[in-house]
Design a binder for this molecule. Structure first.
Ligand code: CMC
Length: 442
């Protein structure tokens, strides 16, 4: 049975009492319940009542906000957007439908979808002067470096959508970001290979348009392969949102000070770039190429398990999923479908990845730590089959996740409980000491 979204509740009987064993002082804290998922202890009064903070590096046990967008049950491998399972959305929707669902809470009717697609399509061009920005970058710049800069610069161009107190301006900024991100990412690629920028085509759908801007040249007509467009669309759906991950939390934290949406999304892109997060898809492919051959898997896994070696099995493990990542299961299937439809019978990297997955899943090290393939394990293999260069992998993730970021940012701005994000700390530095003039130091 599904429950409609309501504000989180706390009832008078649901409390937790924390006792300071040193002083014997006890404080009773309310417990809040959402519609599904674990209850949370409301610790907002903890400091004023006890003089103590909580300590939770990496937010392992801390809910940072109330949200109605995405739900994950990491033990059961469940991912819901606005209540709909990711499997259903990936099978029945296209990316724009999922973007609409995330942003507006409900799946669109046919007319609503048509209008949304029209509006997004008609925001895909970027200000012509923005094209000059690219020329300031070296040609060998990583596309994510270019995207951090260019997306941040959007706030210098779209002054009419910077007033975050105006819901209409917030929605225009959100549409602009979702619409322009494929153009910005594709241009980062074009710039890196010295080809002219390809402008968006209003007759093409979102994923198709993106592929067209990546691969067309002005010299000839370029028809996007429908198999590629379908695969790209599914990949975008699988990456659209993922609750309070590092980049989304970065967007929310940046936005909590009242910063404009373009600046916040640029911050999200910076966070996504890291190899522990969105950068993992690129790292997986680099890793597979380094292993090179099935016969080296054993040796590679020995390094992964060695505490003195920093090597990790990229594309494995997740903070929340401790059973399986439902996105990885769909991605694995899509990978086989894409290679099949492209007539690729033997892909050495896919075969290596499958063997690596099989061996790791039977290995005690990974079993004990509940480490399973995540969404990034197979996505790079599909990207490679689509002809997308490795350095663009994380940029593709950023294109998809922009929908989640703007949705979460809007929710944060509208939240009456929203405050500027300001964590505290456990200070372990020097205590107060006397100043020593420079002549007496040493
Ligand atoms: N390879 C080897 N060991 C691992 C791995 C891995 N990929 N992931 C976790 N571990 C070990 C880790 O060394 C630790 O072992 P021990 O208890 O002996 O110290 C244990 O498992 C717990 O790991 P953790 O680092 O405390 O877990 P976390 O929740 O902080 O990290 C993670 C989650 C995704 C950052 C991590 O699993 C990782 O680095 N994976 C590889 C990078 C990757 O694939 N990232 C993509 C994540 S999904 C898409 C996204 O979010 O963008």
């Amino acid at each position: 049975m599904s429950q409609s979204a309501t504000a989180a509740k706390s009832n008078a009987k649901d409390t937790v009492t924390v006792t300071d064993n040193a002083s014997g002082k006890a404080v009773t804290l309310p417990v809040m319940s959402g519609t599904i998922g674990p209850k949370v202890i409301d610790i907002r009064r903890l400091y004023s009542d006890t003089g103590m903070f909580t300590y939770d590096p990496g937010f392992v046990a801390t809910g940072s906000c109330e949200s109605r967008i995405t739900y994950i049950d990491g033990d059961a491998g469940v991912l819901l957007h606005r209540g709909y399972p990711i499997e259903d959305l990936a099978q029945h929707c296209d990316f724009t439908e999922v973007a609409y669902l995330l942003l507006k809470s409900e799946l669109p009717t046919a007319a609503e979808k048509e209008k949304f697609v029209y509006d997004i399509t008609h925001h895909t061009m970027v200000h012509e002067q923005l094209a000059m920005f690219y020329r300031g970058f070296r040609r060998d710049a990583h596309p994510m470096a270019v995207m951090c800069g260019v997306v941040g610069a959007l706030s210098a161009f779209y002054h009419d959508s910077l007033d975050i107190s105006d819901p209409h301006q917030r929605m225009i900024a959100s549409y602009r970001l979702i619409a322009k991100m494929p153009t910005i990412a594709a241009w980062a690629y074009k710039y890196s290979i010295g080809q002219p920028f390809i402008y968006p085509q209003n007759g093409l759908r979102y994923a198709e348009n993106f592929l067209h801007m990546l691969f067309a040249t002005p010299c000839e007509t370029f028809n996007v392969n429908p198999v590629f467009a379908k695969a790209m669309d599914k990949i975008l759906i699988l990456h659209a949102d993922h609750e309070q991950n590092a980049s989304t939390s970065t967007v929310r934290l940046a936005g909590s000070s009242g910063a404009n949406p373009f600046a916040c999304i640029a911050a999200g892109i910076a966070s996504l770039w890291g190899p522990a997060h969105g950068g993992a898809n690129e790292a997986v492919l680099t890793m597979l190429k380094q292993i090179g051959n099935k016969s080296y898997i054993g040796e590679f896994l020995k390094r992964v398990k060695d505490r003195d070696d920093a090597t990790r099995l990229m594309g494995f493990g997740h903070r929340v999923y401790k059973n399986f990542d439902p996105r990885a299961s769909i991605m694995r299937k899509t990978c086989h479908e894409v290679l099949g439809e492209l007539g690729i019978k033997h892909d050495p990297l896919l075969e290596l990845a499958m063997e690596l997955e099989k061996i790791a899943l039977q290995d005690d090290y990974f079993i004990q730590r509940k480490l399973y393939p995540n969404v990034d394990f197979y996505s790079g293999i599909i990207f490679q089959a689509l002809g997308i260069p490795t350095t663009m992998f994380t940029a593709l993730f950023a294109v998809a996740r922009t929908t989640g970021w703007v949705t979460q940012w809007n929710e944060m701005v509208e939240d009456p409980n929203q405050k500027i994000g300001r964590p505290r700390q456990l200070y372990t530095g020097r205590t107060r000491r006397e100043f020593v003039p420079i002549v007496r130091r040493g």
